[in-house]
Structure formats: C-alpha cells, structure tokens
Write a protein that binds this ligand. Structure first.
Ligand code: GDP
Ligand code: MG
Length: 162
C-alpha cells in the first residue's frame, strides 16, 4: 500500500489549461471543466482574467516568429480567459489528448476541439505541451500561493489504491 502511494506521488504532475476568450464567450466553461473533472484530474487553481497583450506575448513567446503571432496575442488578450492548473498522473500528456489537435478540422471526435470547435482561430482551449512549458506557464499565470494542495476523497478510487 505504501509503495502504491509513493509511486502515485512520484507520478503526480501539474499542467496549465486555459479556456480562451472564444470558449468563455461561447459558454463552454462548464463543459470543458467537466471533461477534466470526470476523467479524474484534480483542479488545484482557477481564476478568470483578461490578460494584457504583454502577458499574451510572454505566454506564446515560442511562436513569436510565426505570421499569426500578433493576431493570436491580440485575441488572447481580447477578453476573459479561465486560467487553471490541473493535477494528476500523466495530466500533461493526457490533457493534450483530451484537447485534441491544434486544428479542429484535424481533431478527433470525442476531443474538446473535435467536439466543440471548427477553426484554428477559435479552438477554445490551451494546454501545456510538456513538463517544462507546464512549469513555465503555471509560473507565468499563477503565484505559488494561488495553488491549493489537497487530497480528494476520490483519489484512492481513481488511482486504484482503495
Ligand atoms: P496548441 O498548443 O495546440 O494550442 O498549438 P500551438 O502551440 O502550435 O499554437 C498556439 C495557438 O496558436 C493555437 O492554439 C492556435 O490558436 C494558434 N495557431 C496555431 N497555428 C496557427 C495557424 O496556422 N494559424 C492561425 N491563425 N492560428 C494558429
Ligand atoms: Mg502550444
């Protein structure tokens, strides 16, 4: 039992997930949150913010050479974003699976973008693409004290440690 718990703790990860302004305006907040929640991932931070353009530029800094960079940053800072940190085993990689491919035309049905979006400029959600970006993005969007550490009652059932 102790070994199971230690292995579980070692595999715990956090990822940064944001519902973009189009997802908020389209009333998709609860739909998107429920997909992560029902899977068994744990919400450890959440806030509604209108990011500044400078903040959006920092968030998307690795895309600064791309032709769509300026429009993308204008868009992200155009209205409320729901910024979140989700925690769980494998949440970084599996979060990307829940989200689906960047271009909703290529996202599989069953994914968030596959089910809820049509165009790349309106793909409703952001998710960190790896452990390093997850760490950087969480630090960019949240202060450490905004993250809550807790054990959910469901965890032992979710991870098969009951
Ligand atoms: P993601 O990690 O799946 O969100 O994709 P990227 O990190 O490659 O790109 C970040 C965001 O930029 C995407 O979610 C889209 O909103 C936008 N984007 C990416 N590629 C394109 C493109 O070719 N054209 C336009 N207009 N937007 C794009
Ligand atoms: Mg990305």
């Amino acid at each position: 039992m102790l070994q199971e718990q230690e292995a579980h703790a070692a595999q715990m990860e956090q990822t940064f997930i944001a519902i973009k302004p189009d997802g908020v305006q389209r009333g998709l907040i609860s739909e998107i949150i429920s997909r992560f929640e029902r899977k068994g991932f744990k919400l450890v931070a959440i806030k509604v913010v209108v990011p500044s353009k400078e903040h959006a530029q920092k968030h998307y800094h690795d895309l600064k050479e791309r032709p769509f960079f300026n429009g993308l940053c204008d868009f992200l800072s155009s209205g409320p974003v729901v910024a979140m940190v989700w925690e769980g085993e494998g949440v970084i990689k599996y979060g990307r699976k829940l989200i689906g491919a960047t271009d909703p035309q290529k996202s599989e049905p069953g994914t968030i973008r596959g089910d809820l979006a049509v165009a790349i400029g309106g793909n409703v959600i952001h998710g960190s693409d790896g452990p390093e970006t997850a760490k950087d993005e969480i630090n960019l969007w949240f202060k450490p004290e905004e993250l809550v550490s807790y054990t959910s009652n469901a965890e032992k059932w979710i991870y098969g440690m009951a």
